[in-house]
Design a protein around this ligand. Structure first.
Ligand code: NAD
Length: 388
């Protein structure tokens, strides 16, 4: 068996009603908290109010930054970091989807480190773990796993580029994963964020550096996503489906934090950097079919294993047949969850395709793919994903 490392510094509190523990949890880490969220809207406002009340009751003063922008931007981080400094914040609490949580993580750096947050991407400037503000998270989408990962994805709107802050100290101290907080997520966002869960699990398993422990978590969780994501899309009030997705979302975070994603995410992030109307899960759904067809022969056994999770009848077929069929099974799944879209459908201009390809190389995860592509191969994959 291969050697492996496994590390997870975040304390996870999973289960229905666990949001009620947020006051106690936060008060152990600080007395003045920056709550980081999107602008309150009817689905989320009651949760934000509840969190503020619970923190206040536990003796924690709350300052609310509600300027999170989808696909976390450096401008909003800089603004919020100034707010944190001015108010002597000693703990940051991200409540929301990946964009809110990544904003919270980035503020923990921005409020304690000199200079522009963008300079800290990909370890260009060192993050001093001793200085960082403690981070607490409550995810409200079942998607990114950001609630426990060691990275924050940030976007520089001027350069139209997405990149990551990466350091183990960015793993939140505590994450409260309460499926109740996801019950209000609309169907299409459930689909897009839920497909991201599948991608984290699948890509961790496919990753050249996957480990036995990651494989165990990923394969079992993929089975749950295949079963429960279509149910949650169809019936947003289905509690069993919501709890399975909440749990597997966090499990996906555990997997990517230990081994990382692959080429799908490198191009997906580049699409997110270059556009402002494409959700992270949509970008992945756009790229999956072509990249799968290009990849499966280089990881036939793993594709076959995943193919058999989608279609148990493939047990009777050879690995090669099951692996090729896995690509079709994943396409059927993307169609079933309503994400069969192309770059053209999302109004991306053909002139932007080359920059999307170039920027994908900025995300080192493409090197973890079973077959490492060159720029020409990346550009071909993007071009072939332009139309369905
Ligand atoms: P998001 O945070 O942008 O949220 C999507 C939409 O859902 C927003 O409009 C939000 O207001 C809404 N929403 C969230 N919770 C809701 C609820 N309970 N009810 C109703 N509406 C709700 O989307 P996301 O997919 O969670 O996060 C995407 C971001 O996370 C991207 O920038 C992506 O690159 C990043 N990401 C980060 C990591 C990481 O480890 N840090 C991993 C993967 C992706």
């Amino acid at each position: 068996m291969k050697n492996f490392n496994y590390y997870l510094p975040t304390s996870i509190r999973y289960g229905w009603g666990r949001v009620n523990e947020i006051g106690k949890v936060t008060s152990r880490l600080g007395k003045k908290c920056l709550l980081v969220t999107v602008k309150p809207f009817p689905a989320m406002k009651p949760l934000f109010e509840k969190v503020i009340t619970l923190c206040n009751e536990a003796g924690v003063e709350v300052i609310h930054f509600d300027g999170v922008i989808p696909n976390t931007t450096t401008d909003s981080i800089n603004l919020a970091s100034e707010m944190a400094i001015k108010n002597n914040i000693d703990v940051v609490l991200g409540v929301g989807g990946g964009s809110s949580i990544d904003t919270a993580k980035s503020i923990a750096v921005g409020a304690t480190h000199e200079g522009d947050i963008w300079d800290y991407r990909l370890k260009q400037k060192r993050i001093n773990s001793k200085k960082l503000l403690p981070i607490v998270t409550i995810p409200t989408t079942s998607g990114t796993g950001a609630e426990i990962t060691s990275v924050a994805v940030i976007k520089n709107p001027k350069e139209k580029l997405k990149s990551v802050l990466a350091d183990w100290s960015l793993c939140p101290k505590v994450s409260i994963v309460d499926p109740e907080t996801t019950m209000t997520v609309p169907s299409y966002i459930t689909a897009s964020t839920g497909f991201d869960v599948f991608c984290h699990l699948f890509e961790s398993y496919l990753n050249k550096f996957s480990t036995y422990i990651v494989d165990l978590i990923a394969l079992d969780s993929i089975k749950m996503v295949i079963k429960h994501l279509p149910i949650a899309i169809e019936d947003s009030s289905n509690k069993e489906a919501r709890e399975a997705l909440s749990m597997t979302s966090t499990f996906g975070g555990i997997c990517i934090t230990n081994v990382g994603t692959t080429l799908f995410h490198a191009i997906g992030m580049s699409i997110g950097g270059n556009t402002s109307n494409i959700m992270h899960g949509e970008a992945l759904a756009i790229m999956y079919p072509e990249i799968n067809r290009w990849t499966w022969k280089h990881a036939a056994q793993k594709y076959a294993t995943v193919g058999r999770l989608f279609n148990p009848n493939l047990i009777n077929e050879s690995d090669v047949v099951a692996a090729e069929q896995a690509c079709i099974e994943i396409e059927k799944f993307i169609k079933k969850i309503g994400l069969w879209i192309s770059l053209e459908d999302k109004n991306v201009s053909e002139g932007d395709l080359k920059k999307i390809g170039d920027d994908a190389l900025e995300i080192p995860n493409y090197k973890f793919h079973p077959k490492v592509p060159n720029l020409e191969e990346i550009n071909n994959l993007i071009r072939r994903s332009y139309k369905n």
